[in-house]
Design a protein around this ligand. Structure first.
Ligand SMILES: Cc1cc2nc3c(=O)[nH]c(=O)nc-3n(C[C@H](O)[C@H](O)[C@H](O)COP(=O)(O)OP(=O)(O)OC[C@H]3O[C@@H](n4cnc5c(N)ncnc54)[C@H](O)[C@@H]3O)c2cc1C
Length: 463
């Protein structure tokens, strides 16, 4: 059936001949942590859900970005779990299937195993997956998205839904729908650097661990390598060496850094990828020369895509700020907790940013539902790292457990909105919260108390 979409200034000329390929209750654009949680929840509540993803797997940065490490599930510096729902279930299932290791507060996993687990979970919930498809544009009328257009091997296809959830990480859908957004540090406008993860093999992990001891950063090593002319000054500390006992001679490396990249521009992403891949190979040479236990290490893989920490932050009904986090403000529309430190990588060079901040032990803050509700469009929610939050608060909120939390709330709200025939912002907070609690989400102190006895048993099995 050809669509009757009017030509407008924002590009529908191209899409006006698109065939309506999918007509569903909820469409989720982007299959990262936020997208899978949104799709699983909406489908588990009886919705017909289509999940559209540009790559060939679910997981976003965790898989296509080659990451292999999810944190944090616990109030900062404690063993008190404050994240439940799909975030926790994914970690537990990856561990149980032998694809990783779930410890207090985090899970380290094999990227390939994670892909399989997420696809199994999608199948269990009857989520319809559509890979190799890129969100291109949308058609809005009267403050509502009528249709989205995706580009794939079939050409341009139209997708119609009652509810749309933007989990692209970059707020692609909201931006095309005309929503306002901010980006970067409030003073400089710069975003955090991008990182191409890579996996190396041939590592003698016990030797490496002994050499590293408690010196997480190994800053002296990189300084020496740079002085000796063995390394360009792209990094000053280790950002993460991710290891799981299920792949004992391999490490996932978070070390490359490319600054001044606009993640919404393909030319910038290309430039960053070329530079980061050079850095990755350069890094391996440095590791071989300077790190005992890595003399024989070699490249196994670079991932499908470079990892993006920050781009558009879509302005919603509430703008969550650093003071909200630091003061651990409570919200009547809380959908769960964040608990990670203010993790900001240097926006203008190597290492960490001066705005990085370590909170008090026990730090946890509530995430208000209203940051998922973009202003100006009524049947659209945004979940994941592109929500309504300031640059510094995003430093904490952007990590994966919190993206799962936001996605789970968006998918649940979409289902409730469809059930009531209303828009997501009209769904009563209490009803949304009750539905989330029924999915084992942790929303308040009562839930923290309820879930922690169970967690201590599970944690005892970790290393
Ligand atoms: C290098 C790096 C290291 C990190 N380290 C950690 C860590 O140790 N622990 C942790 O918990 N978090 C970490 N994070 C943060 C975390 O991984 C991300 O912030 C989180 O994955 C964001 O989740 P998301 O679902 O919002 O977006 P993403 O994970 O970015 O997923 C977005 C998905 O949408 C798809 N997509 C995007 N645009 C389109 C489009 N137009 N059409 C179709 N599909 C589209 C993408 O392919 C992707 O699958 C790290 C991030 C980076 C970059």
């Amino acid at each position: 059936m050809p669509l009757n979409v009017k030509r407008t200034d924002s590009g529908f000329e191209l899409c006006s001949h698109a065939e309506l390929a999918y007509d569903v209750d909820v469409v989720v654009l982007g299959g990262g942590p936020a997208g899978v949680a949104a799709a699983f929840s909406a489908a588990s509540l009886g919705q017909k859900v289509l999940l559209v993803e540009q790559f060939n797997c679910l997981g976003g940065v965790a898989t296509a970005g080659g990451h292999g490490h999810i944190c944090s599930y616990v109030a900062y510096g404690t063993q008190q779990r404050v994240v439940g729902g799909w975030a926790y279930e994914v970690a537990a299932r990856v561990d149980a299937a032998g694809y990783g290791c779930h410890q207090v507060g985090k899970v380290d996993f094999e990227v390939e195993g994670m892909k399989l687990i997420l696809e199994q979970m999608a199948e269990e919930q009857a989520v319809q997956l559509l890979y190799h498809s890129f969100f291109a544009d949308c058609h809005c009328e009267d403050g509502r998205i009528q249709t989205v257009f995706i580009q794939n091997k079939d050409g341009i296809q139209a997708v119609r839904a009652r509810q749309y959830i933007d989990c692209t990480g970059d707020g692609d859908v909201a931006a095309r729908a005309g929503c306002s957004w901010k980006s970067g540090d409030e003073e400089s406008g710069q975003c955090q650097p991008v990182t191409l993860m890579f996996t190396i093999g041939g590592v003698d992990y016990s030797k490496v661990a002994a050499f590293r001891g408690n010196d997480y950063a190994l800053a002296d090593v990189w300084e020496k390598a740079q002085k000796n002319g063995d390394m360009r000054p792209y990094q000053t500390k280790i950002m993460g060496w991710w290891w799981t006992p299920t792949r004992p001679d391999q490490l996932g490396i978070n070390f490359t850094h490319v600054n001044y990249i606009d993640c919404t521009k393909s030319a910038d992403l290309t430039k960053a990828t070329l530079e980061a891949r050079r850095q990755a190979y350069e890094t391996i040479e440095v590791y071989r020369k300077y790190i005992p236990g890595m003399e024989q290490c070699y490249m196994i893989s670079t991932p499908n895509t470079i990892g993006l920490r920050e781009s558009r932050r879509i302005l919603g009904d509430y703008y969550l700020t650093l003071p909200d986090l630091i003061e651990e403000k409570e919200f009547s529309d809380s959908i769960g907790y964040g608990c990670f430190f203010i993790d900001i990588h240097n926006c203008s060079g190597p290492g960490m940013d001066r705005k990085r901040r370590v909170p008090r032990i026990g730090f946890k803050y509530q995430i208000p539902y209203r940051i998922l509700l973009p202003q100006g469009v009524n049947n659209l929610q945004v979940a994941g790292r592109c929500v309504s939050v300031d640059h510094e608060a995003l430093g904490s909120l952007r990590v994966m457990p919190q993206c799962f939390v936001m996605g789970q709330a968006a998918g649940t709200a979409a289902a409730l909105a469809n059930r009531h025939g209303c828009d997501p912002r009209q769904v009563p907070f209490r009803e949304l919260q009750q539905a989330l609690k029924e999915q084992n989400c942790i929303l308040d102190e009562e839930d923290v108390q309820r879930f922690n006895p169970e967690f201590s048993t599970l944690a005892a099995g970790g290393i």
